[in-house]
Design a protein around this ligand. Sequence first.
Ligand SMILES: [Zn+2]
Length: 308
Amino acid sequence: MSAEDLLMGEFQLIEKGTAGAGHKRYLGARFTCRFCGGNNETTTFKTKAHAIPEFLGNHQLILNSECDNCNLHFGNTIEPHLERYTHPFRTLNGVTNKSRKTPKHSDEKIDFLQFDRHTNHMAVKLNEDDVLTHHEDENTVSWLMQRRPFVPFMAYKALCKIAVSITRDENLWLFKPTLEWLNPLSPQDLNISPALVVETLIPGMHYNKCVYKLYCRNTKTFPHCIFWIAFGGYSLMTIVPTLLDMESGVIMESEVPFLPDPRPKEEIVIYGQQQHIERDFSSRDQDSFPHKVRVRFNSMEVSPVAKS
Ligand SMILES: [Zn+2]
């Protein structure tokens, strides 16, 4: 048994993988949509559906079992919310989007922020001078990034959609309630509260690919399933509804373990401990969760602003 197995307690790893650039890989049965139940007589399968949205850096892993209608539906409804929520993480780490570019950030106080993944340079142009706080004792700089408003519950639903997309056909029965909830043709809604999302900053880490893990336990304890996905220097962990949660006698109060630190001990000493933020994504109102950034620079240059 590995150290990770011990730390995860009763949870067992049922799916894992990576997805980045490179040759396409395909998942799931062809011509049967796992979301709406359609087949090639009732719907079409012309578009390559990404099992993990491309904006998270997956240009590789394709889900066969997602029809064009469902693909369009998810792209128009839940995925834009996850896109906005993850935008600061992806900008800071230079995670490539659909057009293979690193995203740019701007908000009321920051005119422009972009990370160059080839040179490791970060360019920031401020609208106001007091946005940055320089902590001279630690040689770090901190600032706040504002997200474009998004609906947390929709971003949570998009994370659950990824979890059931990377699941092999033989394990799908577990996620029947999630698949029904995601089905655009079904009126079924789910109320999950708290819809736990743990965001973790892994200092000094830089995943070049998207890495994911899906854990499950069969102990009559909610949650039965945990999904974890990492990109750049961040990871997100969430709970995914399963058929096991609906059984009678399920204990609803439980502790969910954090995934163990993926870095070697020496790196933890150099860069410091992981930082977790636990959030409840059950709100259906727009929010923007300001993202606090603290960065250590090797060098910094102030460019004079051109006089107009
Ligand atoms: Zn479909």
